[in-house]
Design a protein around this ligand. Sequence first.
Ligand SMILES: *Cc1c(COP(=O)(O)O)cnc(C)c1O
Ligand code: SF4
Length: 342
Amino acid sequence: MSLDPEIIALSMITRSPDLQGSNDWQVQLRDSIRDPAELLTLLELPPEGYSPAAGREFPFRVPRAFAARMRVGDAHDPLLRQVLPDRLETFDVAGFGADPVGELSLTDGTNLLQKYAGRALLVMTGACAINCRYCFRRTFPYAGNIGVRALAGGIDTIRADSSVSEVILSGGDPLILTDEALSRVFSELAGIAHIRRVRIHSRLPIVLPARLNNALLRELTTQRYPIVLVVHANHPRELDDETLGALRHYRDAGMTILNQAVLLRGINDDAGILAQLSESLFEAGVLPYYLHQLDRVSGAAHFEVSLDRTQALQRELQARLPGYLVPRFVREVAGEASKQPL
Ligand SMILES: *Cc1c(COP(=O)(O)O)cnc(C)c1O
Ligand code: SF4
């Protein structure tokens, strides 16, 4: 008896990422591209088309799964521009500094950042799968604020503060931790009665979708509290079929998934691109959450979009999308009680 081709097709669509082996993502992570010249060569661009000085200030790193979505021969590719060390990063620009959102005064040797009522953020690691040139924590002093002791201190502070109902795991990228390490943190948090929600801020689901395997899904859906996954995609071309399928799989298992993006000049400062980003995210069951105005960190000035242009983009998006597909346009102002709407 031959198999019905429809059944074969269906089993291919629904096959779980686990069939690749649940630790495949760690192999891919180790195999990331760390030499900009190698990436440029793969894209058939001149291998000297980047700034080694910028790369020394903030290292280059990109997973091959993400690089594969870049257009060959296009030096202005919006995915490439997000990761390639650029000479413009090495210039000092007035107003851009090492502590754009007032975090340094909050660091106290634990990994806890607490700015907003009810929420506490734990900096779980300094490592990421990809290094984004505009990252607002590119100058963050991770060394003194992460590790076992810093984490224990952060969790002790949360345990002692019953006003905290939501814990945000951030970084760096918290999903770069192993499932076992995450599991230990989830169990510790489960023992704190006033914790009602946990949130994970991660770019790994976008840039290394193999991370969204079934072992992690089980971990995220079997805690006594709900876990909200906030991913980070800036451009619709970041969402290839593998990424969309993995997000859909998590969504179908009941996860709440939101996206935050950063508004970046020359990358996504266009209403058509932002609209397409929202539409594609929705198809995978992900709702747009925030569109952040760039935080003014040293080295990122050339990514900034003017306030006028930002407001025009907001009006255009509101005019063409249903309200729930328009991300909240916000900026972070040090010392304020929340992210500030434009
Ligand atoms: C952005 C941020 C949060 C989360 O803010 P929401 O508006 O709830 O998404 C929490 N803590 C810190 C330190 C933050 O920077
Ligand atoms: S993944 Fe997030 S934390 Fe890591 S470099 Fe990019 S923006 Fe920064």
